[in-house]
Design a protein around this ligand. Structure first.
Ligand code: FES
Length: 322
């Protein structure tokens, strides 16, 4: 893994809601600053159990003295959120990545609409605060199972008095999830619409935006789409690395990333699931079969870059700028 890493100390752990904690990280040494982050960005935490997990930054964009992430204790945790909740302690040192942003904010929009499902509030929180700084307005539809699950309520209330309208939705009080078509149809389709939360909610959001003719729909997923990463039949192809002047065979049972690692190269990578963006590589030629959970349909169609940890090639040769 060659992605640039930083050393950070756990400065503070804070209860935010049922099963949600925030983790404040500061540079290991006084006088050191972290690279600035944009609204919507995330960092990877390298845990002492060997796992690497990405979490959205919730502190205001541009703060250099600290990073803060919000973490839900996932009932189906594969080890990442359980580690944060059960083993991470104040004072521990962690290796982290520099911030990456796969969920950028369109700052020129005068009004934006957000849908947050549960812990999906985390990247959105930072985006709402950025819009507030810019003096732009926003609507937030914040959906949680019940009131006890709603995190960062005070911060949202503070923002709400100035530039933000929060529409709370509690499943247990409303008798189920929100009617997104009804909610989103109340806005001008040309607005920018953002959503982050569970996969089914994001799928419903995208299909609703399409049905309503909203061209500016943006999502961020926390989990890979299974049909994109697992079940598609793969074939062997030749990988040409233009800058390295290398040709490598990529077997059907091997990813582009692993083929490059086996060949002694050191491409950046982190999640290996098509979620974090660390391995994004420029495509020079080849018919890419995108299997990541990051790129939009138009980005896929443009065929300019790919996530080499999961995406493959339909043509016989794939040429990368690597
Ligand atoms: S390593 Fe995370 S997207 Fe490829």
């Amino acid at each position: 893994m060659t992605t640039a890493t930083l050393k950070a100390r756990v400065h503070c752990l804070r209860y935010e809601a049922r099963d949600v904690v925030s983790v404040e990280l500061r540079p290991e040494h006084a006088g050191v600053v972290f690279p600035p982050h944009e609204a919507g960005a995330h960092i990877d935490l390298h845990m002492s159990n060997g796992l690497v997990r990405s979490y959205s930054l919730i502190n205001p964009a541009g703060e250099a003295g600290r990073y803060v992430v919000g973490v839900l204790k996932d009932r189906k945790s594969r080890g990442g959120s359980a580690f944060v909740h059960e083993q991470l302690r104040v004072g521990q040192l962690l290796t982290i990545s520099a911030p990456r942003n796969n969920f950028p904010l369109h700052e020129s929009a005068r009004h934006s609409v957000f849908v947050a499902g549960g812990i999906g509030i985390t990247p959105i929180l930072c985006m709402l605060e950025r819009l507030s700084v810019l003096g732009h307005t926003a609507d937030l539809i914040y959906c949680v199972r019940s009131r006890a699950d709603a995190a960062f309520v005070e911060r949202l209330n503070d923002l709400g008095s100035h530039t933000l309208r929060v529409h709370w939705h509690f499943d247990d009080e409303a008798g189920g999830p929100p009617d997104l078509r009804d909610r989103l149809s109340q806005y001008v389709p040309e607005n920018h619409f953002y959503a982050c939360g569970p996969g089914p909610m994001l799928d419903a959001f995208l299909s609703t935006c399409e049905a309503l003719g909203c061209p500016n729909a943006h999502i961020e997923r926390f989990a890979a789409v299974p049909t994109l990463t697992g079940s598609i039949e793969a074939a062997t192809f030749t990988l040409e690395l233009r800058r390295s002047e290398r040709h490598i065979e990529v077997r059907a049972d091997c990813s582009v990333l692993d083929a490059m690692l086996e060949a002694g190269l050191s491409p950046d990578h982190s999640c290996r699931e098509g979620l974090c963006g660390a391995c994004e590589t420029r495509v020079l030629a080849g018919d890419v079969e995108h299997r990541d959970s990051i790129l939009t349909e138009s980005e896929r169609a443009a065929n300019k870059s790919m996530m080499i940890c999961v995406s493959r090639c339909r043509s016989n040769v794939l040429v990368l700028d690597a």
